[in-house]
Design a binder for this molecule. Sequence first.
Ligand code: CP3
Length: 349
Amino acid sequence: MTDRLTKNASQPKLIRVLKGEAETIPPVWLMRQAGRYLPEYRELRARANDFLHLCYTPEWAAEITLQPIRRFEFDAAILFADILIIPDALGQNVRFEEGHGPRLDGMMPGDLLAMLDREKTGEKFSLICETVSRVREALTAEKTLIGFCGAPWTVATYMIAGHGTPDQAPARTAAYRDRENFDRLLDLLAEVSTDYLVAQIEAGAQAVQIFDSWAGVLPDEEFDRWVIAPTAKMIKLLRMRCPDVPVIGFPRGADGLSQRFIEQTGVDAIGCNTAMPLAQMRSLGKSVTVQGNLDPLLLEAGGLLLESRIHDIRGALSGVPHIFNLGHGILKTTPIEHVEQLVKQVRSN
Ligand code: CP3
């Protein structure tokens, strides 16, 4: 751990912890912190009508990114966008239907490869990057701006099925049947996603998170091939271009394979889902920074149980580099007062 320590008091707290320092009071932010549980988000969302239009309008997307920072003073802002910007920018039709989640024109890997166009991405990426620069300009120096993208495996599951599925069966089946084209698709997504992250970093993102929400459904051999290999490739390419920018991996649900993921991808931090035992998080914290893992349903429920769990998470991870967060995204039914209580308690001694 000591060799990862680049102690620098002038850096924001979240970056210090990502570089391996343990803080008595951990930095805190929440996945999906910009979103529907906030009335100010719902108001802008109703005016924009279309979700992707919100993401591609830098003035609005910057405002939404900043909304939770104004309210709760989290240590980090996360760019307001979506993991499905990548397929949209590559030319696949992506829509967000009220109450149904995302809808894409799902296709087999070979057909996707024939249709996707890397040359098209520039225009849409530059709109997202304009949001990044606007937010960085508006934030004070002690706040960190996190950029993000989806991991190739998770993004591919949506591109093939055309929508979210409980077990990612359409993508798994397509990948088993046509491994060669599936590997090529993940390779393309890894390269384009790295370009996208580099562009976000050049525009002002100081750390990046790679969301692999569906990493937990694969057998170990396929986990190596479809989760670890593309993530390792992205991080290698990223380090060549942006050596100092920390990367948070979030292979959700892959608890038993986390240590292998850490060793083979080279991530600086690992996002831990709610089901990961705190003792395991503590042990992972010997090699990387750990982030998580409060149950979003407990934050929604509130009360004494919430208070005691926040206390237990902090206690179990004291002395290791830890970023306080949820184990998955905040729910739209979460009361604002519970988020206020969380931030207050995480910051108390
Ligand atoms: O964290 C943040 O506040 C930044 C913005 C962000 C969004 N989506 C905004 C969003 C981030 C980081 C994401 C990541 C994302 N998107 C993931 C990975 C994390 C996870 O939750 O597993 C995934 C799988 C997606 C794909 C996606 N986008 C789905 C399945 C949905 C519909 C389900 C849902 O929660 O509504 C979205 C829509 C979406 N992305 C919304 C927001 C605020 C809601 C859109 C609305 O206002 O109607």
